[in-house]
Ligand binder design. Sequence first.
Ligand SMILES: [Fe+2]
Ligand SMILES: [Fe+2]
Length: 280
Amino acid sequence: MTDSSLPPGAQPAPPLSQKTLKEGGTVEPVREILWGSSAGVRKYETSEEVPPDMRKLVVKLMVVQADTEFGSIQQHRPWLDHAPTLEDRWIEARIIADEARHGLQACRILRDFGEEGQKFTDELLTKKEGEHKLEAFNIPFDRWSDVGAFTCFVDRVGVYQLRAFQECSYGPLARAMPLMLSEEQLHLNFGFSVLKRIAKDEGKYYGDRAEAQRAVNKWFPRALDMFGHSNSETSRRAIELGLKRWTNEEARERYLKEVAPLMESIGLELPDPLANRHIL
Ligand SMILES: [Fe+2]
Ligand SMILES: [Fe+2]
């Protein structure tokens, strides 16, 4: 494409060599803590540097993160052989591989915290279906529409949790985010497309609009619960420590603004955000 063919105002892409040959890697790493009470000082790069109360919180957050990844593998697994189309089965296989990698990534961070982290990693591997920390990961996918609504709503909450860690004060966690986020994007786009196909291709793909709506009603409240309690002291502390960018309620508000127009675009209704909720 020549420059004259670019839309008005668009900047031409820099030559590849400028993009990839920067000193120290392809993307300049951010070395400083960007928010919270230690903003401006160097990020913590090893577990030994992390202050004791922050240590506890990183471990707790990584245990929950890894637990959701392993839980969702158990939920998806039966659909490897039962998804309606071959393409759907292939994407199920990709999602399972991605979630296994995310679980491994979270456990690697846990292992960096020595014996304590290793103990949690060992426990995580013994968890059976129904034993996970968050309710959304203990509900089986009885129907294919569950897979669509789960990946559209629950994985999207996962994306908000990961985005909250972007450029956080613990360097190894911050650097894990870009790849995890790009993989999660596939999951939620897939979930939306499954719901859309169910709702629009009535009967020709899998079920009908009522089937899609039933799945939305089932998973939306569990997804909203995943953000945790509003006014949570832990979420405020995580911001102070530079670990998370948003409080639980801020993240939930952003999420609600994103999902409302999505559902409207495919003619499905979002239930009242306060209805059927277990964690407020
Ligand atoms: Fe994941
Ligand atoms: Fe995912």
